[in-house]
Ligand binder design. Structure first.
Ligand SMILES: [Zn+2]
Length: 255
């Protein structure tokens, strides 16, 4: 019973934080405050009442439209809320109730915000990645699951790997394929995950990015040489590393 209540509370928390993620995804690139004012419809500017602002539920009750102007609400809203809640649940099921789980929950929410902003605006906000590097390193002083040494090495591994690949890419293709935003994002992930899981995150990120790129070129949705934002793939890679990285390393090392 205790277990069931925990899971329900966790899903509710995941949905509420997911709803806040949406606010950040919309407002951070616009340099607006993330706490004030309350949510408004982006079309008619009507303030969204509390009963229409219930994560996931309101979207379906309103059939995906603003109550006032009937314009379509982006599918991004329920998707981000759902994704955030599912990741919280998976983290709890994997790591149980401990500090490491809370740290990974906070990290995952920050990564979801970054992935969606990069996907939509093709920028990775320094407002998250730079404090993220510092906070990740500071946390390593306080917790047991990652050492300070591993966190610092993670920053260097993550940032360094992307910088190295970016330089090679520039030299090969004579144009910028990856930006400073990706370097800072990888350094932030490194600070939280340490060098092993960061390497794994980047490996999966590149794999997913390459596969997606090939599919988009085959479907003629992108031309060869056109770039796609890389942040969402690094984020997906690190979520994979957090959730099943231990199994992959175990398998890979022939354990
Ligand atoms: Zn409206």
């Amino acid at each position: 019973m205790y277990y069931v209540i925990n899971i329900i509370l966790l899903i509710v928390l995941g949905l509420v934080v997911g709803s806040f993620n949406n606010v950040c995804i919309y407002r951070l690139p616009r340099k607006e405050s993330i706490v004030y004012p309350a949510s408004h419809c982006p079309y008619c500017n009507t303030r969204i009442s509390t009963k229409d602002n219930i994560p996931l539920l309101s979207y379906f009750l309103l059939k995906g439209r603003c109550r006032n102007c009937k314009n379509k609400i982006s599918l991004q809203y329920p998707v981000v809320e759902f994704l955030n809640a599912i990741i919280y649940l998976l983290l709890y099921l994997k790591y149980g109730f401990r500090v490491q789980t809370l740290v990974y929950m906070a990290l995952s929410s920050a990564l979801i915000i970054i992935a969606f902003i990069d996907f939509k605006e093709e920028i990775i906000p320094n407002e998250i990645s730079l404090p993220g590097i510092v906070i990740g390193l500071m946390i390593s002083f306080l917790v047991k699951h990652i050492s300070v040494w591993d966190s610092a090495l993670g920053i260097v591994t993550g940032g360094g790997a992307i910088l190295f690949i970016a330089l090679i890419g520039e030299w090969l293709f004579k144009k910028e394929a990856m930006g400073g935003g990706d370097i800072k994002l990888a350094a932030m992930i490194g600070a939280f995950l340490g060098w092993r899981y960061t390497s794994l995150s980047l490996f999966f990120g590149y794999l997913l990015g390459a596969l997606t790129g090939i599919v988009l070129i085959i479907l003629k949705m992108k031309n060869r040489g056109e770039t796609i934002p890389f942040g969402p793939f690094i984020v997906a890679g690190s979520l994979i590393a957090i959730l099943i990285g231990d199994k992959i390393l175990f398998w890979y090392l022939g354990g």
